[in-house]
Each structure stands twice: as C-alpha cells, then as structure tokens.
Design a protein around this ligand. Structure first.
Ligand code: NAD
Ligand code: DAU
Length: 362
C-alpha cells in the first residue's frame, strides 16, 4: 500500500464478523484495511481468501495485547480509525475457562485504548477530530429480559450474567471512560446475535446445520425456549460502517434484527429448510434429530434490541428477513463443508467432548 494512504485498522478481522466486515468494507469503500488478528481457533485466513490479490488488504498476525506491535502499526500506517472486533466470543467457552476472556476482552481492549490514545494525542487537530475508535460489543451486557419486558435500549443498566458478558461489559466501560476522561473519539455498538457465512461451527446455527447434514443429534439446551434477536451479519457490517462514519463520538448504538425467535423455532426452521433443499435417506424430518440436553449454567432467557436510535440518527434498518437470511446461510454451509472441515481441528473435537460429553439428556 503506498505511504500516506489513509487506512483503517481492524482487529479480529479473520473471525466471523470481522472477516465479513473487511470483505464488506473493501467492496463498499476505497480506504484500505490493516487487519490485526491473533488467529486463535476462531480466526481463519480462508475467510479472506477472496482478498489475496487485493493490495488494499494487509494482514498482520498478532495479539491486541502486544502493545509494541499495536504502537508500531499505528505509527507506520497512521489509521484514521481503529475498529475492534478482536475478542473471545463464545459464552460456553467462557463458562469452562474465563481467563482468556479477561485477557483478550478486558486487557486487550485496554492495551488498544492506551496505544490509540497515545497515537491520537499526537495527531494534528483536524486529524484528531476525524479519528474514531469503534468498539464492537454485544447485547449480552444488558443481562436477561422477562417475556414481556421492553427491548434493551442504550440506557438499559448493564447486568452481565456470564464471564463472557462481564468481560465485554468491562471493555465497554473502559471505552466509555477513555472518551469521558481523555476525549478519545470512541463509538460503541452493541449488537444482537449474528448469523451468516464464516461463523465458527460452535455457535447455534452453524453447529445445528453441520450436525443435521451429518445426521448427528441437535443438542438444544434446556427447554429450548430461550429467545435471541437474530441479525444477518451483512446488516451488522453495514451498521458498523455507518456508525464509524456518522456515529457521534462518546455515543453507544444498539443494533438488532427485530427477529426474536426461541432456539427451538430457529432449529426447527433450519431443519425444515434442510428437509426441502437437502433431503436425506432414512430421515423424513431433520427435526427428529433434536435432543434436549442439560441447560447452560446461568443461561439468559431472552435478549431483544431496540435499534431505534440507529434508525433515527443514521437511517439504518436491517435489509435481510430472518427466513431468507436463514435459507441463504443453510445453503452456504452446505456448499462450504470443506471450509467447515478445515476450521474444525483436533482441538475442536476436544471442545465438543468437554462441552457436550458430560451434558446429560434433559
Ligand atoms: P469470533 O470468535 O468469530 O472472532 C474473533 C476474532 O478475534 C478471531 O479471528 C480471533 O482470532 C481474534 N482474536 C481473539 N483474540 C485475539 C487477540 N488477543 N488479539 C487479536 N485477535 C484476537 O467472534 P465474532 O463472533 O466475529 O465476534 C466479533 C466481535 O463482535 C466480538 O467482540 C463479539 O463480542 C462481538 N459480537 C458478536 C456477536 C455474534 O453474534 N457473533 C454479536 C454481537 C457482538
Ligand atoms: O447476543 C449476542 C451474542 O450472541 C454474542 O455477543 C456472542 O459472541 C455470540 O456467541 C452469541 O451468544 P449466544 O450465547 O446467544 O450464542 P450461541 O450461538 O452460543 O447460542 C444461541 C442460543 O442457543 C443460546 O440460547 C444457547 C443455545 N444453544 C447453543 C448451542 C451452542 C443450544 O441450545 N445448543 C447449543 O449447542
């Protein structure tokens, strides 16, 4: 990339949402991307294979906790924004081993903020006011809703319930404080459950599609009536792009799909799609594979996002409907079983044993 070109620094850009964001950004914008990712089990360069010949994408393997590396990237590339997707993101993993979540989600965000602050404070005035630190966060920081409660808004008090949610809440508070105390121009987005291509098959939708395609049991936690608000990942990427360009510094924006579903509704819907597009011998209904298993400890009952602020301030609305988005997604996994086989390593098989091996049927 030529010296002096304006760029954005994206962290976690080889993960599910990060890689969709980088692909979406480079399709829509001219500004090049420097992509810093540690390539944990969840990061995969295959997601970015389409950018192999795109000089606007520079990949750097590294940890957001490596402050010398972050400082060097900021010094050399002089980005106009940092977009932070790097995180440990799976709730079940945070229950089995919270330490990595504290290290990356809290300490890593702190390291990025410190280096961003040092870089930003030495910028010229015009560049300083244009700079943004966008922090991608989650609806889980708000806790759990009852069946008739109104959806979360940006003023809902934080009440995180899992080590994952607590680590994200802590990072959100740090981000907020860097604006309030130092004036760093930050924007935080809190998003509901995403689905779409390149999601690691430990999460509900890809796990169920892959298991069903292989005629394995579909492990639904508890009674399966927990509710999530589903958003197609491309819609999330567009919302982040808008928030980055036009979001007001110091503000937080909720992002949601307006598509509340129980887990059983989601699993039954994807089974019905498989019945139609990939019928299998000896299985009349893929839903016959559903197996209720022991619940997730501390399992939040319901999430729902009120994205009214994003709609009224920035004009954002999700484009994808849940049924069409789900159909596209199921088809994508069926068409990319080689990708699935490539990302699930031996370590993934150990994770399946740890998470599901001792979960009794409910
Ligand atoms: P993911 O687990 O698929 O990807 C995370 C990426 O971060 C991976 O590429 C991983 O290698 C990288 N990473 C992890 N630790 C790192 C470190 N220390 N340094 C550099 N890179 C590191 O996660 P995702 O689902 O794409 O989520 C991305 C962000 O969006 C997270 O902050 C998550 O909390 C948030 N979010 C996710 C969802 C969702 O439904 N998936 C919804 C709302 C918010
Ligand atoms: O709400 C946003 C969050 O959504 C993000 O911040 C997280 O990074 C992301 O992982 C996701 O968290 P969830 O815990 O909601 O997603 P998950 O796909 O793990 O589970 C969705 C629901 O499905 C949840 O109620 C648990 C249930 N579930 C999940 C798995 C993996 C099952 O019933 N069986 C399963 O095997």
């Amino acid at each position: 990339m030529p010296r002096g070109t304006r760029v954005i620094l994206v962290t976690g850009g080889a993960g599910f949402i990060g890689s969709n964001f980088v692909l979406d950004w480079l399709a829509a914008e001219r500004t090049p991307v420097v992509n810093l990712d540690k390539l944990t089990y969840a990061g995969n360069l295959e997601n970015l294979a389409g950018l192999k010949n795109d000089a606007r994408h520079t990949f750097v393997k590294g940890d957001i906790n490596d402050r010398a590396l972050v400082a060097k990237l900021l010094r050399e590339h002089r980005p106009q924004a940092v977009v932070n997707f790097a995180a440990e993101s799976h709730v079940d993993r945070s229950i089995h081993g919270p330490a990595d979540f504290v290290q990356t989600n809290i300490m890593g965000t702190f390291s990025l903020l410190e280096e961003a602050r040092a870089y930003w404070s030495n910028l010229k005035e015009a560049e300083k006011s244009d700079f943004r630190f966008l922090h991608a966060s989650t609806d889980e920081v708000y806790g759990s809703l009852g069946a008739n409660d109104p959806a979360f808004t940006e003023t809902t008090p934080y009440a995180p319930n899992s080590p994952y949610a607590a680590s994200k809440a802590a990072s959100d508070h740090l981000v907020r404080s860097y604006h309030h105390t130092y004036g760093l121009p930050v924007v935080t987005t809190n998003c509901s459950n995403n689905y779409g291509p390149y999601q690691f098959p430990e999460k509900l939708i890809p796990l169920m599609v892959v298991n069903a395609a292989k005629r394995k049991p579909l492990p639904v936690y508890g009674d399966g009536k927990n509710v999530r608000d589903w958003l197609y990942v491309g819609d999330h990427c567009e919302a982040v792009r808008l928030a980055l360009k036009r979001g007001r510094p110091g503000e937080t924006y909720n992002i949601g799909g307006n598509a509340e579903k129980t887990n059983l509704e989601v699993v039954n819907a994807l089974c019905a799609i498989l019945d139609e597009i990939r019928p299998q011998p000896h299985i009349t209904h893929h839903s016959s594979l559903i197996t209720h298993v022991q619940d997730r400890p501390g399992h939040d009952r319901r999430y729902a996002m009120d994205a009214g602020k994003l709609r009224s301030e920035l004009g954002w609305m999700p484009r994808e409907q849940f049924d069409t988005g789900l159909k596209k997604t199921v088809q994508w996994y069926l068409d990319h079983m080689a990708w699935v086989d490539g990302v699930v390593s031996g370590a993934y098989r150990s994770w399946i044993d740890l998470n599901y091996g001792r979960r009794e049927r409910a």
